[in-house]
Design a protein around this ligand. Structure first.
Ligand SMILES: Cc1cc2nc3c(=O)[nH]c(=O)nc-3n(C[C@H](O)[C@H](O)[C@H](O)COP(=O)(O)O)c2cc1C
Length: 206
């Protein structure tokens, strides 16, 4: 069966580096005969607020329809790419809310007497974080590792998805078009390395 690649975009601007990367990932996957589904959370006007009504419905096994649609797409996907700018050291609110509402108990994970267990096994995630600061600044502060842990393992790792790579794109607003193109080419090359099961060298774009 054809592989499905879910690309989640959480940048509000059409002309951003993030959305240029989304377009390139889409083209590249389609070129390799992979089915692509892009979910641009701003275009969808995705409601990011997990409400008490949502919680009550989910508890009763009645998943709200907008959540069920995202879950259906995620369940059918083999590869998940997340493309977002770093805002206050974290995800943009719309993306944080996507995780709050979509990765529900019973769909993404289960907690029982043996503890928590991820249910979305067999999938690979690639994270792409664009940022205003340099990678060195965050390395020196000792929090680059925390970003990998909190954005990658505490979300995807927790629900059983393998984090295949986490790319950081530094000082992106000051980067030249050539530099941005180089980052995009490196990102596409990274997917090929992982998919061909070659030796994986995690890249931190500097
Ligand atoms: C609300 C807000 C918060 C931000 N917080 C951070 C931050 O914590 N660290 C950082 O390096 N850059 C921060 N930035 C800069 C953005 O990460 C940067 O502008 C963005 O990655 C550009 O993305 P693009 O090239 O895809 O348009 C922030 C920008 C905004 C608008």
């Amino acid at each position: 069966m054809r592989m499905q690649h879910l690309i989640i975009s959480a940048h509000p601007n059409e002309g951003s580096f993030s959305n240029a990367l989304v377009d390139a990932l889409k083209r590249d996957s389609e070129h390799n005969d992979v089915k692509v589904v892009v979910r641009n959370l701003y275009d969808l006007d995705f409601n990011p607020v997990l409400s008490s009504e949502d919680l009550a419905k989910i508890k009763n096994g009645e998943t709200p329809s907008d959540i069920a649609e995202e879950q259906r797409i995620m369940a059918e996907s083999d590869i998940i790419s997340l493309v977002y700018p770093l805002w206050w050291g974290s995800f943009p609110a719309i993306l944080k809310g996507y995780f709050d509402r979509v990765l529900t108990h019973g769909f993404a994970f289960k907690v029982d007497q043996d503890g928590a267990r991820g249910l979305l096994t067999g999938k690979k995630a690639f994270l792409h974080t664009s940022m205003g600061n340099s990678v060195e600044e965050y390395e020196n502060k000792g929090i680059l590792k925390a970003f990998r842990q909190i954005h990658g393992q505490e979300v995807f790792g927790f629900v059983g998805v393998e984090v295949a790579g986490h790319m950081f794109y530094p000082r992106i607003s000051d980067s030249s078009p050539e530099m941005k193109n180089k980052y995009i080419e490196e990102a596409l090359g990274f997917y090929k390395t992982v998919m061909l099961d070659e030796e994986v060298v995690d890249i931190v774009t500097k």
